[in-house]
Design a protein around this ligand. Structure first.
Ligand SMILES: [Zn+2]
Length: 81
């Protein structure tokens, strides 16, 4: 299940954790909770190829406005700096 024993970036210890990932496609944004391996030292997230594929599918849907499967959640704001 775990593809890495230690972090490929810093060699730190890795644990499985549920994290929130924000995805953007076009003007749309979605968040998804995924279980992934996270480095305890540098915070690097080591997503599996399956999860990355899922992210890509979601980004495509967001970009094309095909969001009927997604649950509306709050509003997205852009803040001028
Ligand atoms: Zn690390």
């Amino acid at each position: 299940m775990i593809p890495f024993k230690t972090c490929p970036v810093c060699n730190g210890e890795i644990i499985e954790k549920e994290v929130e990932k924000l995805l953007r496609g076009g003007e749309n944004t979605a968040s998804i909770m995924v279980k992934t391996e996270v480095c305890l030292h540098c915070g690097e997230r080591l997503y599996s190829p399956e999860i990355i594929k899922k992210f890509d599918e979601i980004r495509l849907k967001l970009k094309s406005g095909d969001v009927k499967d997604f649950e509306p959640s709050g509003q997205f704001f852009r803040v001028a700096s």
